[in-house]
Write a protein that binds this ligand. Structure first.
Ligand code: KMH
Ligand code: ZN
Length: 302
């Protein structure tokens, strides 16, 4: 039985500082959270940057360069830089930091999708003026753009250009087929690291039957050519990652995906979530992969 890779997505671009005082914002915070997450058992660190003043996501490579060397010096973990960036960023902006840092791994989002930001959506019961009016005024609508050409461009620049390998972000079954299409045309090479994502509005819902269907579909499309990982948004995080482990998969946790450690309890750090999923998996007799083992499983450049 192969070991389980734990990825930790440290801060992301969706949650806001007002949602949790524990969300890392400054380069120093992002470095400290990353190091602690690696010490707790994360083999891969999935990283975004934020403007230290406002907390907003930033694509500025100079900000990434304030924490990447600290993480490199203090951990052996695989650095995985987002190419999804933040909503509203252009593909050029999203590529700036990965192109400069030339990481072992970066994310690659496998399709365009609707994305909606609504701090108020979590409290729909408080809406007073009817669904439509509140929805139109309180939420912000985005298209998260990842066309076939965008995907091919990122593969060309980062994969072929830098030897970077990918965390293929699949928010729906169709995204697996997009990836299979690229594998078929030899645009990408195995072993594929397929990150199945559940519970993001605009993508597939967090229903365990969808998890099984994703797994079966990936098996059918990729056979032995892939390494499967799962993340789920919000309260589904720990249940879905546990199910993934049981099904022979790998897991991603972190404050990018959920701010909580339990019902109504904010996680105080990324490391707390890493330690929790590690404990659950080890209690179930799974072994956790080291960064070196993750590198070997994913054929990373090291
Ligand atoms: N926000 C996650 C659901 C990226 O950074 O490229 C997916 C993600 C995308 O991590
Ligand atoms: Zn991300």
């Amino acid at each position: 039985m192969s070991k389980v890779i734990i990825s930790c997505a440290v801060t992301g671009a969706i949650h806001t500082p007002s949602m949790s005082p524990h969300l890392p914002i400054t380069p120093e915070d992002i470095a400290a959270h990353s190091i602690a997450a690696a010490e707790a058992g994360a083999a891969i660190l999935h990283l975004h940057a934020r403007d230290p003043e406002t907390g907003e996501p930033t694509p500025d490579p100079a900000v990434f360069m304030r924490f990447l060397p600290i993480i490199k010096q203090n951990t052996d973990a695989v650095v995985n830089i987002t190419t999804g960036g933040g909503l509203g960023m252009t593909v050029e902006e999203r590529l700036a930091a990965p192109l400069q840092a030339s990481p072992e791994m970066c994310s690659l989002n496998m399709g365009s999708m609707n994305f909606n930001i609504s701090p108020a959506a979590a409290r729909i019961s408080e809406w007073k003026h009817g669904w439509e009016k509140e929805y139109l005024t309180r939420t912000e609508d985005f298209i998260f753009r990842n066309t076939f050409k965008d995907i091919a461009r990122i593969v060309g620049l980062m994969g072929h250009g830098h030897g970077t390998r990918f965390e293929f972000e699949c928010y729906d079954i169709g995204h697996l087929y997009n990836l299979a299409h690229m594998l078929d045309r030899k645009v990408v090479e195995p072993p594929l690291f397929v990150q199945s994502i559940f519970g993001i509005l605009g993508g597939i819902g967090a229903d365990p039957r969808n998890l099984l269907f994703m797994r079966e579909t990936a098996d059918r499309l990729f056979g032995r050519d892939y390494v499967w990982s799962v993340l789920a948004a919000g309260r589904h995080q720990m249940a879905f990652t546990t199910m993934a482990g049981i099904l022979g998969g790998n897991v991603r946790v972190g404050l990018e995906d959920s701010l909580y450690i339990g019902k109504g309890r904010l996680a105080t750090s990324n490391a707390e979530q890493v330690a929790k999923i590690r404990r659950i998996l080890e209690d179930l007799s799974f072994e956790i992969a080291t960064p070196a083992e993750a590198r070997a499983m994913l054929a990373l450049k090291g």
